[in-house]
Design a binder for this molecule. Structure first.
Ligand code: GLN
Length: 618
């Protein structure tokens, strides 16, 4: 018994030690000159720079405590301040949020935005009159990560008409209520290859025993026919009012709205005018409604007019099918909901986060629902441009004729771009261009896999670590003569001429270690000898180590190899932290961060416990 409680105590004190070491590392990462206090301002800035927002519900208490903390904070107070949101703070300070280099990422999206804004091609949607009256120059982009980091630029706070962007969410609501099997008795899962408002239906053969051999259903839930069908499936026994309210509440949850939330999202707005106008002019949709009715697959109650009340003998009371009206009325109403790009990006981030809203942490959709929805978005979300769009951009996405496009990067972020000029397919021109630029710079295409090249970046990894990682493996392989690894890296389009933070390249290491085969392989790959940080070429590494065969090969290149401008013949001493700190990758990440003057990166590494004075093998 005694023994046990001793063990428990020891375990607890061990745990406490690691906890306060973690907290101390976080604290020191924020220190400036004085080691025992941090500036309140620095702490706030570090959190905001990580992409988190002051009105994030999860940080509300923390920011309140910071506001009453004065200019400086001591360690004991720091521990109390972070206690309400310790994990989130830890992730933010250590650079472990979904986008670790948030500032860098933001800057590169800013640049893309400044380029794309010049594109003024495309036309406003005109078949729904109010949509033809919006300011065509509007342009906004919002990105929300699964950790709730938020990037927004331009007209990110402008309400716009959701239109077809509601289709995937309606589909999710129907799936949640009725299940996959039942929903897909009414609507298919196949790309249509046709325009969004096409009247063609999919003919599906019936396996069940019935006298009907075939049934006709919409191709998928992302085109108008399918979306009118799924709208018809949502709580079909309820009144219109209750159904619309249900849908608005679901959207509210998706975008991070809640009655007592501090977060910016507002309850979804219904633009009655847009819905009415679409009712007047949406002939195509009215036709689709009846077409669906004719298939017998549109759910609803049958309550025919009991009796013809018309007294004129030559006339009768025209019957309008209520089932069709109900489905269309709800569909037009949901299309007419208005939101901002940040709100839609939040809904997209909820999909990226498997159904949990990043800022409220509430589960809005089941994981299975999201998993069932994303493949349909991927194959059919961009109407008859879906195939080409997916091939190039590689992300599930949905557009609407209101000018919005959203994209889901699973497990990472939701993106929404709003700009009302549309291309022939009805997709936002700037939205598509922005999406293409994002995937050409970042490795977020679902099928990117290991295929990379020097100027594409994995946004999930801090840039310094990315550099350390990508050149570290090649340098290591070169120094030990591991040709197989170098061949693989070359097939993945990795740049084998990239050096580490001291610009020491695989060729330097091959020369220094006498790896003749590696040197020949690098030359065959077109890698050219380059100087290191001190201006020295691998030639001198080979010379110092007397690798004659290497010198012979390099001599044949007929190049002028300059000597390094400082040469330590006999380096004396060792950085003692190297011996203690054996995580080489983190050390080289630290060196890269220092080389690019990345103070945030250095602070993040300190927060992870890396000693700042650690060094690498050089
Ligand atoms: N409400 C519009 C319609 O049904 C939505 C179309 C769209 O955004 N592509 O025509």
């Amino acid at each position: 018994m005694k023994n046990n409680s001793y063990k428990n105590k020891a375990a607890i004190s061990e745990k406490l030690k690691t906890i306060s070491k973690r907290e101390a590392d976080l604290f020191y990462s924020l220190c400036d000159k004085k080691p025992n206090v941090i500036k309140t301002k620095n702490f706030k800035n570090a959190l905001l720079k990580s992409g988190l927002k002051i009105n994030d519900n999860r940080l509300h208490n923390l920011f309140r405590k910071l506001d009453s903390s004065g200019d400086e904070i001591h360690f004991e107070d720091f521990k109390k301040i972070i206690s309400s949101s310790e994990l989130l703070v830890e992730k933010a300070l250590r650079g472990e949020l979904a986008l670790p280099d948030f500032s860098d990422f933001s800057k590169s999206i800013d640049k893309m935005f400044d380029e794309v804004i010049k594109n003024k091609s495309g036309e406003l949607a005109s078949y729904i009159p109010p949509l033809a009256k919006v300011d065509p120059d509007q342009f906004g982009i919002s990105i929300v990560t699964v950790d709730g980091q938020i990037y927004q630029k331009g007209d990110y706070n402008v309400d716009f008409s959701l239109q077809s962007m509601c289709k995937p969410f309606n589909y999710c609501f129907a799936l949640e209520k009725l299940g996959l099997e039942l929903v897909h008795k009414h609507v298919g899962q196949e790309p249509s290859g046709r325009q969004f408002n096409d009247l063609t239906l999919l003919t599906r053969s019936l396996v069940e025993k019935s006298n009907k051999k075939f049934t006709r259903i919409p191709f998928n839930p992302m085109i108008n026919a399918g979306a009118i069908m799924t709208a018809g499936l949502i709580n079909s026994d309820d009144t219109y009012e209750k159904r619309l309210n249900f849908v608005k509440e679901q959207y509210g949850k998706l975008i991070g709205w809640s009655a007592n939330s501090k977060f910016d999202s507002k309850f979804p707005r219904f633009n009655k005018d847009v819905a009415r106008e679409e009712n007047f002019t949406g002939y195509n949709n009215l036709a689709i409604g009846y077409l669906l009715m004719a298939t017998g697959n549109l759910p609803g109650k049958k309550n025919k007019l009991k009796k013809d009340l018309n007294t004129n003998k030559n006339e009768f009371d025209f019957y309008i099918e209520p089932t069709v009206v109900d489905a269309l009325k709800l569909y037009f109403s949901i299309c007419s909901l208005e939101m901002t790009s940040t709100e839609v990006a939040m809904a997209a981030a909820t999909l990226a986060n498997n159904g949990v809203c990043p800022v409220t942490q509430s589960r809005v959709l089941n994981q299975k629902t999201v998993r069932d929805c994303l493949p349909i978005l991927q194959s059919s979300g961009m109407y008859d441009a879906s195939g080409a769009f997916f091939q190039e951009v590689g992300l599930p996405a949905k557009s609407g004729v209101g000018g919005g496009v959203f994209l889901v990067v699973p497990q990472l972020m939701g993106i929404c771009i709003f700009s009302p000029r549309l291309d022939e397919q009805g997709n936002s021109v700037r939205g598509i261009e922005m999406a293409k630029r994002i995937t050409s710079k970042y490795l977020v295409h679902i099928f990117d896999g290991a295929m990379t090249n020097a100027d594409r970046v994995n946004p999930r990894i801090p840039i310094s670590k990315w550099r350390a990682n990508s050149c570290g493996e090649a340098i290591w392989a070169a120094s030990i003569g591991d040709i197989r690894t170098l061949e693989r890296l070359a097939s993945e389009q990795k740049d084998l001429s990239i050096g580490n933070s001291d610009m020491r390249t695989p060729m330097h290491l091959a020369a220094a270690e006498g790896q003749l085969e590696v040197l020949q392989f690098l030359l065959e790959q077109g890698v050219k000898p380059k100087p290191d940080r001190w201006g020295g070429y691998g030639y001198f590494d080979a010379k110092n180590n007397n690798h004659k065969k290497i010198l012979n090969v390099l001599d044949k290149l007929n190049m002028k190899f300059l000597k390094p401008n400082h040469l330590v013949e006999e380096p004396n001493g060792e950085t003692d932290e190297v011996a203690k700190y054996d995580d080489e990758l983190m050390v080289s990440e630290l060196l890269f961060a220092a080389a690019r003057n990345d103070i945030t990166g250095i602070r993040q590494l300190i927060a992870k416990g890396v000693p700042v004075h650690a060094g690498n093998f050089d």
